[in-house]
Design a binder for this molecule. Structure first.
Ligand code: PEP
Ligand code: MN
Length: 363
């Protein structure tokens, strides 16, 4: 397993000097005109802020009989549109045939979609088709929240000599209904960043949000995390798009979104340093204290476990648990904590507590 990927820095191959690396274009190529018109409008409204164009040629669809992409015929549409405005282009590839066709058409960058990253067989077959080819590859996270699978895909590409690499964070599927189409679970890309700071991260607010109204906030959040880029779907007539209609924005709206992004400095200048340092020290103290309290709490849970064992009581006492949650929700609310957070936090505490009690009971 790689400890570090020795990759070419993004700015060297993506031609971005400041601000985020932005990829924009329609979810799907639908026709030569639609692609060209979209690209021309993108350049008109987001001039200088978009560095690469995208269009899906082969579309992975959840259900059959939806629009599955125009296929190979669309490759020159996007390539020529890119040439017309002087920008490189990228398409999704899901198998060696796609790779071959895309390379033949002069596509500049390839991306691997979320439904492909889940399958090591497919990723490996793409990697094999790219052995010895010098082309940047962007790897979307797998549909399921599995960081190892994501890293595994990066390793497979790296192992065949691809050293211009970046990943795309497009959110993760979840059974729970949320406002997002694919909840961002920021902790996953953050952990990826912690482990492999050299891998550029591009955020895809379109597929995370699944809705036009969420794109600006999610894009800003991505920038606030210090990630390097954005991939945003843009269509000349979003409501009429053949795929992902709800989440695409017009090139004009794309321009507004990009122009209103606030790009903060990744590192502080000297003035800011002292206060940040002090505040971080406080946070560390509090976090330490939280851990100590949790250890103490679990110690008490074990004592309770002993008692329950002696009195032949069940571990889980539903009423007691409801009371704990109720108290915590009330208390948390007064301090401005969200219900969702309190609930999840206490569920985790409860799980851990049950684990400690069962250990005692099993003795
Ligand atoms: C896409 O980018 O249009 C796409 C299919 O994305 P994902 O693989 O993230 O679902
Ligand atoms: Mn899409």
């Amino acid at each position: 397993m790689a400890d570090k990927f020795d990759i070419v820095p993004l700015f060297k191959w993506a031609n971005v000097t400041n601000g985020p690396f932005v990829i924009a274009g329609p979810c799907s190529a639908e026709g030569e005109e639609q692609v060209l018109e979209t690209v021309q409008q993108i350049v008109k409204y987001a001039s200088g802020k978009v560095h690469m164009l995208r269009a899906g040629i082969w579309k992975p669809r959840t259900r059959p009989n939806s629009f599955e992409g125009v296929g190979e015929i669309g490759l020159p549409w996007i390539k020529n549109a890119g040439l017309a405005v002087g920008l490189p282009v990228t398409v999704e590839v899901a198998n060696p045939e796609h790779v071959e066709a895309a390379l033949k058409a002069g596509i500049d960058v390839l991306w691997i979609g979320a439904r492909t990253t889940v399958s090591p067989f497919n990723v490996q077959s793409i990697a094999d088709a790219l052995r010895g080819v010098d082309i940047p590859v962007l790897i979307k996270n797998p549909v399921n929240p599995d960081l190892e699978l994501w890293v595994g895909a990066v390793e497979r590409l790296y192992a065949v000599g691809i050293n211009k690499l970046a990943v795309i964070h497009r959110g993760f599927s979840s059974y729970e209904k949320t406002v997002y189409r694919n909840p961002p679970m920021w902790e996953i890309p953050i952990e990826l960043r912690r482990r492999y700071p050299e891998i550029p991260i591009i955020v895809d607010p379109s597929h995370i949000g699944g809705s036009r109204s969420l794109i600006d906030t999610l894009a800003q959040q991505g920038m606030d995390m210090g990630f390097e880029g954005l991939m945003i779907e843009s269509h000349i007539n979003p409501d009429k798009a053949w795929s992902d209609a709800k989440q695409q924005v017009t090139p004009q709206r794309l321009g507004e979104i990009l122009n209103s992004l606030i790009i903060r400095q990744p590192k502080l200048n000297n003035d800011g340093f002292k206060t940040l340092h002090d505040l971080r020290a406080k946070v560390d103290r509090i976090d330490n204290y939280i851990i100590e309290l949790l250890c103490e709490r679990m110690g008490i849970s074990e004592e309770i476990g002993e008692l329950k064992k002696n009195q032949h009581l069940a571990i889980h006492q539903a009423e007691r648990w409801s009371q704990i949650v109720k108290q915590a929700l009330e208390k948390g609310k007064t301090g401005g904590l969200t219900e969702d957070f309190i609930l999840k936090f206490f569920q985790q505490i409860h799980n851990e507590s049950i684990f400690h009690q069962s250990k005692v009971m099993e003795k």
